[in-house]
Design a binder for this molecule. Structure first.
Ligand code: ADP
Ligand code: MG
Length: 328
């Protein structure tokens, strides 16, 4: 079946400031081309332009799906660059695929916005194009409506049949690892709010990176995994809950950013936005993990227990921490 590419109705259509595009024109102008170079390599049979898209996954694979909504004032701020808002909305959705060991294949955008501001939309489209290029994923559909600014991203990826990494595979004795550092995004958010821009941390809040670079080692070694969106403590407890086990964490082993206070560290355990990956590994797979780490940075922070308690130990005392982020 031929690939369907949506072409502008008028090929000589030139957008000028102040043009008021209707819904279909703006979809053509700002969305129909995003990541379109990757349609065929990702097995998209039909992209934007019909009632639905059509996708043909490679033989022997299963499709992994996830969806995330980003809301102004909760996930992003009005004074951020529009490109960054678009990029971040897709990145956080992709992060769930990364945690499952999936290869990303495509995404969809449901956009509710106050008005059809061409300038805003062109920046939004640019941010989408940037992340589409980075991960070679086409935009294959979505929805456009009027209302308070809300961005919902659906993402699709693949794993070989039966290879999805879930939260439910942790077993007593497994070692617990976390990638990168935890808390950089929290520092970034604080700096952003204080307008003190220190690039690295701010970047981690503004443009979190879905950790697909960990995919091979996760598929090789992880018994369970989760991306840290709501705080290390809360997210790791999700693994414990799904796997019906407990965990014991050594506070000193958690890879916090340098030069922060004890109180900040405690706070970071229940704040999210880092989109690093917390994963467990059978003890016997540890040497294999380290052998294949290939320069990737992760820290061993504790182990899984049969007893269902969740304990973060600091100087042999259990640490009292607040709950992680919850929308309600
Ligand atoms: P319908 O009314 O049948 O739901 P639409 O007119 O809403 O269809 O959408 C037409 C096409 O444009 C569809 O392929 C849809 O997936 C796509 N689309 C609509 N809004 C967006 C968007 N914000 N981003 C990407 N594709 C979109
Ligand atoms: Mg329809």
């Amino acid at each position: 079946m031929p690939l369907a590419f949506l072409k502008p109705i008028q090929s000589n259509f030139i957008l000028t400031k102040g043009d008021d595009l209707n819904e279909h024109q703006l979809i053509r102008e700002f969305f129909s081309d995003v990541g379109s170079n990757f349609l065929s390599e990702q097995g998209i049979v039909l992209g934007i332009g019909d009632d639905a898209a059509s996708y043909n996954p490679p033989d022997g694979h299963e499709i992994i799906l996830s969806c995330d909504t980003s809301i102004e004032g909760v996930h992003f701020f009005k004074d951020q660059l529009v490109e960054d808002i678009a990029y971040r909305s897709v990145a956080v959705a992709l992060s769930d695929l990364a945690a499952c060991g999936a290869k990303p294949c495509w995404f969809m955008v449901s956009l509710t916005m106050e008005n059809n501001d061409n300038y805003w939309l062109s920046k939004f489209s640019k941010g989408l194009q940037e992340i589409a290029n980075e991960f070679r994923i086409p935009l294959i559909g979505g929805d456009t409506t009027k209302g308070p600014l809300v961005i919902t991203i659906q993402v699709g990826g693949i794993v070989k049949k039966g290879e999805m990494i879930t939260r439910a595979g942790a077993r007593a004795g497994d070692l617990i690892f976390v990638s990168g550092t935890v808390g950089e995004a929290f520092l970034g958010l604080t700096q952003f709010k204080n307008k003190a821009l220190v690039k690295k941390s701010v970047d981690k809040f503004i443009r979190p990176v879905p950790r697909f670079d960990l995919r091979n080692i996760l598929l090789r070694s992880a018994s369970s995994a989760i991306d840290i969106s709501d705080g290390l403590a809360q997210d790791l407890q999700q693994i414990c809950f799904a796997s019906n086990v407990g965990a014991r964490i050594n506070f000193d082993k958690i890879p916090f950013p340098k030069n922060i206070t004890f109180e900040e560290k405690k706070h970071i355990l229940s704040t999210g936005d880092d989109y690093e990956i917390c994963f467990t590994v059978h003890e016997k797979s540890k040497s294999d993990l380290l052998k294949h780490s290939d320069g990737l940075i992760f820290s061993q922070i504790g182990y899984i227990t049969q007893e269902k308690d969740f304990i973060i130990e600091n100087k042999n005392q259990p640490l009292d921490i607040s709950e992680g982020y919850s929308h309600f």
